[in-house]
Design a protein around this ligand. Structure first.
Ligand SMILES: Nc1ncnc2c1ncn2[C@@H]1O[C@H](COP(=O)(O)OP(=O)(O)OP(=O)(O)O)[C@@H](O)[C@H]1O
Length: 199
């Protein structure tokens, strides 16, 4: 088996006090791993700890050397006024505009402060997926999405979309991984290669 992108061993995490763990998990290249569990069980805190946004109180988090992580929060930050288009935002974050799903093309030409909640959510998730991160952390990525956009999100997470070309451009490498949190069981079953319940 390949080396994991991420290994979590006996992790206890929280905010001064423990709120989740101890737990262990791996994310391997090519995997889309879904976390689910009751409200407040600590799913977001686990993602936060991996993204260095919560306290690591015990155990350890091993990241593949040089690992680049993209983190998409449950509520993407929005400014009331931001006179840039989606495409400008994507370029600014180093996100490829190639292979953008058709449903996002028109959205990406609009100013981001004029997008609906769902449009902005999908744009942010696309920025995380289409950027240069090796490991993508998504917290409740279906927030604000209608069934059609949710299906599009599932499609964005398919192995062929996540794979990257090697330096020669000849081969697609399944070298990235996704760890996501969702309370939507059906989405998890459709989008994930593996699911882990957080107690
Ligand atoms: N910034 C914070 N400071 C202190 N406590 C926090 C903070 N964020 C979350 N908590 C607490 O940590 C616990 C776990 O919250 P967390 O958001 O990780 O759960 P969750 O499983 O993602 O919940 P949900 O499904 O409702 O999003 C909760 O009791 C919550 O009140």
């Amino acid at each position: 088996m390949s080396t994991p992108l991420l290994r979590v061993e006996g992790l206890v995490a929280g905010y001064g006090r423990p709120v989740v763990g101890p737990l262990s998990l791996d994310v391997f290249p090519g995997e889309v791993v879904g976390l689910w569990g009751a409200n407040g069980c600590g799913k977001s805190t686990l993602l936060n700890a991996i993204a260095d946004r919560a306290d690591l109180l015990a155990g350890r988090i091993l990241r593949m050397p040089g690992l680049v992580i993209a983190y998409q929060a449950q509520q993407p930050i929005r400014l009331p006024s931001m006179p840039v288009t989606g495409r400008e935002l994507l370029r600014f974050t180093g996100t490829s505009l190639q292979e953008m799903p058709a449903a996002l093309q028109a959205v990406s030409r609009q100013r981001i402060d004029r997008l609906s909640g769902g449009q902005y959510q999908l744009l942010c998730v696309w920025a995380a997926i289409a950027g240069r991160a090796d490991l993508i952390l998504l917290d409740e990525p279906t927030n604000n999405l209608d069934p059609e956009r949710e299906a599009l999100l599932t499609e964005m997470l398919t192995p062929s979309r996540l794979a990257r070309r090697d330096t020669s451009g000849a081969r697609l490498l399944p070298d990235r991984g996704v760890l996501l949190v969702s309370h939507e069981r059906r989405f998890l079953e459709d989008a994930c290669s593996r699911m882990i319940e957080i107690a």
